[in-house]
Write a new protein. Structure first.
Length: 208
């Protein structure tokens, strides 16, 4: 006896072609990349070591730099200039208004820490000169030099400034990228038992 199977009406279901599968895989990869990119944060942090802070790691919450013209006079009386970008980085919100006049406002918490240093540019530059990408060495003579390095802390409501000794200052600051409004780089300087090391992104202030 022969058994007949009933026919199923309608068109047969097609399996997705190779192009469709490749497109689906591409969309999945793009979605995964987007999620990863959103979850990743480009965090800047500084590792500090000093008598006031001990060893401390903090996230750079705000960082500003403002330029001034620095003058040099040699033995013959010749005067030259170099732009000096004064950098302030902190683990709290700094006041960058009025061309940086508010950067030294008193701290409001004993947890606050501020790092300061200056970057002197090439000979002949002035306040209106752009920050130059490159290496600023502590042992440089005058130009492309990092100097005036310090850490400001607060304890019991009283602020204390720890200035690094210029004569024993070693290390460098590397500025890796510069735009009209900001710059990014790394600092690695030491003086005696004090150290500042890490990365930062700073907003560049301009006089109005």
């Amino acid at each position: 006896m022969r058994i007949r199977m009933p026919r199923i009406s309608g068109t047969p279901r097609k399996t997705p072609g190779r192009s469709v599968l490749l497109r689906l895989m591409y969309l999945i990869l793009v979605s995964m990349t987007a999620v990863t990119g959103c979850s990743k944060t480009d965090t800047n942090s500084l590792h500090l070591k000093s008598p006031q802070t001990g060893e401390k790691e903090f996230i750079v919450k705000s960082c500003y730099a403002f330029p001034v013209t620095k003058s040099f006079t040699d033995m013959s009386g010749k005067i030259t200039t170099g732009v000096s970008y004064n950098v302030h980085c902190a683990n709290y919100d700094l006041d960058g208004s009025n061309f940086g006049l508010g950067l030294n406002k008193p701290m409001t918490s004993d947890d606050h820490v501020r790092v300061m240093f200056s970057l002197v540019g090439d000979e002949g530059t002035k306040e209106d000169s752009a920050l130059k990408a490159g290496t600023y060495a502590a042992k440089a003579d005058k130009y492309m030099k990092v100097e005036t390095v310090g850490i400001v802390t607060r304890k019991g409501g009283t602020e204390a400034k720890n200035w690094f000794d210029r004569s024993s200052l070693n290390g460098e600051v590397k500025i890796s990228s510069v735009s009209d409004e900001s710059a990014s780089g790394e600092i690695d300087v030491t003086s005696g038992d004090s150290t500042i090391k890490g990365s930062f992104t700073m907003k560049l202030l301009k006089r109005k």
